[in-house]
Write a protein that binds this ligand. Structure first.
Ligand code: BTN
Length: 257
């Protein structure tokens, strides 16, 4: 069971996680925060579930996570125009917060995979799903959903990318409460940085992305593109070097080669 008290002691933020909602079971923490009928409007609200019956991943995939072993949670952002307009940066900040927390706490070397997966030894340990509520063409809410394989020791069935967990990589169980608090602390730190220096976020993201310069394949909605991962542009889009020149990829899936 997730211990709210030991989490609370380690939380060091001004707003992220100060409103905290806990479920033993729910369909999806993202779906919960996106549902306007729940009337949750406090920026920084975190919803954590021990088990999701309909956990969702990017590209309409499912997110599978054993009960009470891992971290599946979502964070809400409202009424912050500049933040809501730079979704790619919010994405990158979330990925950096998770990666730096794993590195600081367990001395592992997480790698980032565009747009926002976190790998350890080239296997996936965390995925991020950002979704929005829009009215009259304006973004009203953003929900950042994060799923981290923490203490799960076995993965069965089909996965889109080879999975792993922190426990498998570290060889011992870790304290989820401490990890979550560290991630939220770091996330707030990166969001504050975002206000003044977006370039720093991109540069730090690039430093943690080992696939740059490598041959990659990118799955788009109706085709697969092959090329060299050239760079990330100033908006966070992937620049792919192909035989036709540099192509900008705004959304897609890098595949395991
Ligand atoms: C991906 O890699 O495809 C993204 C996975 C995101 C999973 C998290 S778990 C918490 C939140 N609730 C969901 O239904 N999905 C996200």
């Amino acid at each position: 069971m997730f211990n709210l008290e030991s989490f609370g002691i380690k939380l060091n933020t001004d707003f992220i996680g100060r409103n905290f909602i806990y479920f033993e079971e729910i369909d999806s923490t993202n779906t919960y925060l996106l549902n306007q009928e729940n009337k949750i409007n406090i920026s920084g609200t975190v919803v954590l579930a021990e088990f999701q019956t309909k956990g969702r991943g990017r590209m309409d995939r499912v997110w599978k996570s054993d009960s009470a072993q891992n971290l599946t949670f979502s964070i809400l952002f409202v009424k912050n125009k500049s933040l809501l307009e730079s979704l790619n940066f919010l994405n990158f900040s979330a990925a950096l917060a998770v990666a730096s927390s794993i590195e600081n706490l367990y001395q592992l070397k997480p790698e980032l995979k565009w747009p926002n997966d976190i790998l350890i030894n080239r296997k996936k340990t965390c995925g991020i799903l950002i979704e929005t509520v829009t009215t009259k063409n304006e973004i009203e809410k953003v929900v950042v959903g994060i799923g981290i394989n923490v203490n799960q020791s076995q993965f069965t069935g089909e996965y889109n990318y080879p999975p792993t967990s922190i426990r498998i990589q570290l060889g011992k169980e870790v304290e989820r409460e401490r990890l979550l608090a560290e991630i939220l602390n770091n996330f707030e730190h990166y969001i504050n940085k975002l206000k003044t220096n977006k370039d720093n976020i991109i540069n730090e993201w690039k430093m943690r992305c080992k696939m740059m310069g490598e041959k990659i394949s990118v799955r788009l909605s109706n085709e697969i593109k092959y090329g060299i991962f050239d760079d990330i542009d100033e908006n966070g889009f992937l620049l792919l070097r192909t035989k036709n020149g540099i192509e900008k990829i705004t959304a897609g899936d890098l595949m395991a080669n």
